[in-house]
Ligand binder design. Structure first.
Ligand SMILES: C[S@@+](CC[C@H](N)C(=O)[O-])C[C@H]1O[C@@H](n2cnc3c(N)ncnc32)[C@H](O)[C@@H]1O
Length: 362
């Protein structure tokens, strides 16, 4: 078992490889340095900080990201997580809400969906303990994905794992192939995953993850002064964080259908200049929360449907932000085909290089 197993508890598209924040913090971090990620996604930076014994803060405006990132900072034994799921299911009554329609009928077996609804309602009611936070992340990771030849490891009918299937497309896909959802053993999937992701004890390190908007200065008002920001903001044009995670969002209390409108709290992509201004607000907010000698390290790239040079957008966002660029390098991991954008394009077009940009407080 690897000590980094927990980082893989659930995919989050546009996640960056653990190696990136690990490398930065290993090279420059010292005991006691606080680390902030204002766009923390699934909490890769927070997890890297934890592995190195550094305290950290994560902020994201997506509830899915926050549920996953919180799990990166807590500990529980696999048996505790399984016992917690068993207790919930044993005590559960008929779920009060049960999604209906063709998509739900084909996505999950009725018995599986009943259990998922029961777990959902119990975790919506109370999810403050480490055990429940980990149980929730494990369920999110198992919610949808491919059907393996061996024992099932996801609850759903055949689906992508990184992003949720779109209902109309999925129904056509399943119907055309006669694919019916399996009656899977929910507890056994949870047990296998708990044993996989929680096998290695991890250090207990201070830190927290908040649901919040990093453009708002108050979001950081009670964070300790930090020495590092290691982060990756949304790439300009990439605006589908919640719609593409709609099933996981449903499990966290969201609607049982896809909502395409741009949610509050996400950077607005109306023009590259506006986007740069919004991103700049985040850099400014952070500049006032840092210790002397602080560093900001940003991984940034682009998506193919925007005729804008990503580095121009990022450079513009850093003007008058309190930060000064000292080094820019092309991201080593992107050369190995592990680019964030690949996670959600089935046939990626020609890759746009990603950059790691190192800044000092001006
Ligand atoms: C590129 S992803 C970060 C991925 C992360 N590095 C990881 O490894 O999982 C960018 C994140 O920024 C979040 N985000 C967008 N606008 C935000 C805002 N105004 N405040 C906080 N988070 C925001 C999105 O929800 C998304 O999770």
């Amino acid at each position: 078992m690897r000590p980094d197993a927990l980082n893989g508890v659930c995919p989050y598209y546009t996640m960056y490889p653990l190696n990136f924040p690990l490398r930065v913090l290993k090279e420059h971090g010292k005991r006691g340095d606080w680390v902030i990620d204002p766009f923390c996604g699934r909490g890769t930076t927070n997890f890297a900080a934890r592995l190195l014994g550094l305290p950290s803060i994560g902020v994201d405006s997506s509830p899915v990201a926050v549920a996953l990132a919180k799990a990166k900072l807590v500990s529980a034994e696999p048996a505790q997580v399984v016992a917690s799921a068993k207790t919930i299911l044993k005590a559960a009554k008929e779920p009060t809400s049960f999604p209906s329609g063709e998509f739900w009928r084909l996505a999950f077996h009725e018995r599986t969906l009943t259990r998922l609804c029961q777990l959902r309602e119990a975790l919506l009611d109370e999810c403050s303990t480490s055990t429940r936070i980990l149980l929730r992340a494990i369920i999110l990771g198992a919610l949808h994905g491919p059907r393996p030849k061996r024992a099932p490891s996801y609850f759903s009918n055949q689906s992508p794992r990184t992003f949720a299937p779109k209902p109309n497309y999925a129904v056509k896909f399943w119907a055309a192939r006669g694919m019916r959802p399996d009656d899977v053993d929910v507890l056994s999937i949870i047990k296998t995953r708990a044993e996989r992701y929680l096998a290695e004890p991890l250090p207990d390190v201070e830190g927290k993850v908040d649901l919040g908007d990093s453009r708002v200065a108050e979001t950081f008002s009670d964070t300790p002064k930090a020495r590092f920001v290691v982060t990756s903001p949304p790439y300009y044009g990439m605006r589908t964080y919640l719609p593409d995670q709609w099933l996981r969002f449903w499990f966290l209390g969201g609607p049982d259908f896809v909502e395409y409108s741009q949610p509050e709290g996400q950077l607005k992509h109306s023009s590259s200049a506006f986007f740069a201004t919004e991103m700049g607000r985040v850099w400014k907010n952070l500049a006032s929360r840092m210790t002397l000698g602080a560093r900001l390290v940003i991984r940034y790239g682009g998506i193919n449907d925007r005729a804008v040079e990503p580095m121009d957008v990022l450079k513009e966002s850093l003007v008058d932000s309190g930060w000064r660029i000292v080094t820019t390098r092309s991201a080593p991991d992107s050369d190995r085909g592990r680019r964030q954008v690949r996670q959600f394009l089935s046939k990626p077009k020609k890759a746009i290089t990603e950059y790691d940009v190192y800044c000092h407080l001006a």
